[in-house]
Write a protein that binds this ligand. Structure first.
Ligand SMILES: Cc1cc2nc3c(=O)[nH]c(=O)nc-3n(C[C@H](O)[C@H](O)[C@H](O)COP(=O)(O)OP(=O)(O)OC[C@H]3O[C@@H](n4cnc5c(N)ncnc54)[C@H](O)[C@@H]3O)c2cc1C
Length: 467
């Protein structure tokens, strides 16, 4: 018998869940409840005068193919673009240093570029080399990413190379960040080879072999679309609507009620809708309120999310002088800046910028600071310009600037997160039949990971619903 399923949230997780439901069970009726007046959640592309500007996420990791597969199916295959490769930098000790060639997320795999870099002192390099002879840490439980890399490679390489590259992805202090929730593959390689450096060398060789299979393929790791990430959302919305999905915008769910065989969604205006199955894809700050009386959800009350803002500056070429030929840089936390990273977007994604112009995107906001909350947009722009002046020269004002605030947008996966999530999901399965919760607060934050989590949740929901 056909079922009537509700999805809360029209971000990438909610929309792709609708896609998977309709793909396997077109007879199901699907309604998406979205609080805001648009789909996409954190994804937001701003198009203006020939610029294509990402105000949230910028691209996705191409080797996680689930997003590319959907893109092709919804008619976006021709629009896929791979990033231009180029030198990336790390800002540390008041200077931009090229990231040593051959490193994987900061872990050296080629000895020569690593020995040559001035970013790490001779003593720091010697300490990192200990990884080659030190026995495996034999970790049983989760530990922090910081502790793991400090023990393997030493403090200096962690603070100057690994932390700026890895910390930014999760917006969590590296010494709190859960290894098992974020980079479990490093632990696996360390165990397999007894050394991280050897493990990463192997990993690099595997990637090179893979690349040799497709000799003409672009080298970049990241993918985007000719008209920005929002075009993925727009196509997905059109696609699911054609399959009969209804999207109710400006419809914030205020609470949910469990009945014997269904769930009632109560909307802010007190209207109520009843559904056989329910998939929740909102950030945890929202859904925790709906499970206020269930102590298993207390974990989410203590799980913080970092507030960040993306800041975009568009310049006339002649108003900016950048002597570094590369795609951008990340910043070591030991530096005295408020920004955490910057992309020279025009270099990395030439399609985003009209000729004669330069587009720069910076991130501001670190775990534990309140810089985004404490300042007006104008102040944030001048903080960003002040910080960026240490790396490049501005000879005039930007043509325009945009500050996009993303309050509590980066869920912090602290040590132990993965076990807590497993326990909570087991509890949800037992206690709330026909209901699943998923999205960026759970297993991973990347766009393809959100899609994959949506797919998994839908498959579990089908089992509950006997579909
Ligand atoms: C600054 C930043 C940069 C990032 N960069 C990248 C990147 O380059 N690549 C990458 O792969 N990932 C990136 N990420 C991560 C990625 O963007 C997110 O993890 C992902 O977009 C989350 O999608 P989601 O659908 O789970 O949640 P969201 O996008 O948050 O969607 C949730 C939806 O639920 C709705 N909602 C909330 N409450 C209610 C309610 N009560 N009723 C109804 N609807 C409600 C919201 O309005 C929203 O539309 C970045 C994240 C941030 C914050």
């Amino acid at each position: 018998m056909s079922k009537n399923i509700a999805i809360i949230g029209a971000g990438i997780t909610g929309l792709s869940s609708a896609y998977f439901i309709k793909k396997q069970h077109p007879e199901c009726s699907v309604t998406i409840y979205e609080a805001s007046n648009r789909a996409g959640g954190k994804i937001q592309t701003y198009r203006k005068d020939g610029y294509t500007i990402e105000l949230g996420p910028e691209s996705y990791l191409g080797r996680k193919q689930i997003m590319t597969e959907i893109a092709e199916e919804i008619g976006l295959g021709e629009d896929l673009i791979t990033n231009q490769t180029g030198q990336s930098y790390i800002y540390a000790k008041n200077k931009l240093y090229p990231i040593p060639g051959g490193s994987i997320l900061g872990i050296p795999t080629d000895i020569k570029p690593f020995l040559k870099t001035k970013l790490i002192s001779p003593l720091g390099k010697l300490r990192a080399g200990k990884d080659l002879i030190k026995p495996s840490l034999n970790i049983d439980n989760d530990i922090s990413v910081g502790q793991f890399f400090r023990e393997r490679l030493g403090d200096e390489i962690l603070e100057n190379l690994i932390e700026p590259l890895m910390g930014g992805i999760y917006g969590t202090d590296i010494d709190d960040l859960s290894l098992m929730s974020t980079f479990p593959e490093f632990k696996q390689r360390e165990e397999q080879f007894g050394s991280l450096i050897k493990g990463m060398k192997y990993e690099k060789e595997q990637r090179q072999k893979q690349r040799q299979l497709y000799p003409g393929a672009p080298k970049g790791q990241f993918k985007q679309f000719r008209h920005g990430l929002s075009s993925f959302i727009e196509h997905l919305v059109d696609y699911v609507i054609k399959q009969g999905v209804e999207i109710k915008y400006n419809t914030p769910v205020s609470t949910i009620r469990k009945n014997q065989k269904s769930y009632d969604l109560v909307i802010d205006d007190n209207s109520t809708f009843s559904h056989d199955g329910l998939l929740i894809t909102t950030p945890h700050e929202t859904f925790t309120k709906w499970f206020e009386n269930d102590p298993v959800f207390d974990y989410f009350k203590s799980m913080d999310s970092t507030s960040v803002a993306t800041v975009v500056l568009a310049f006339d070429q002649q108003n900016i002088e950048n002597t570094h030929d590369g795609t951008g840089f990340v910043i070591a936390r030991t530096s005295q800046t408020d920004i955490t990273a910057c992309t020279w977007t025009t270099k990395k994604w030439p399609f985003t910028t009209p000729d004669g112009k330069v587009l720069i995107r910076a991130y501001i906001g670190k775990p534990g600071d309140t810089v985004v909350q404490d300042h007006t947009d104008e102040e944030i722009v001048s903080i960003v310009r002040r910080d960026l002046s240490q790396m490049m020269k501005f000879k005039g004002d930007p043509e325009f600037s945009i500050v996009n605030r993303l309050p509590k947008s980066m869920p912090q996966y602290k040590v132990g997160h993965i076990d807590k999530i497993k326990d909570i999901q087991t509890h949800v399965k037992k206690t709330y039949p026909n209901l699943r919760i998923t999205g960026a607060s759970f297993e991973a934050v990347g766009l393809p990971d959100c899609i994959r989590q949506g797919k998994d949740a839908v498959e579990e929901l089908f089992i509950d619903l006997n579909l």
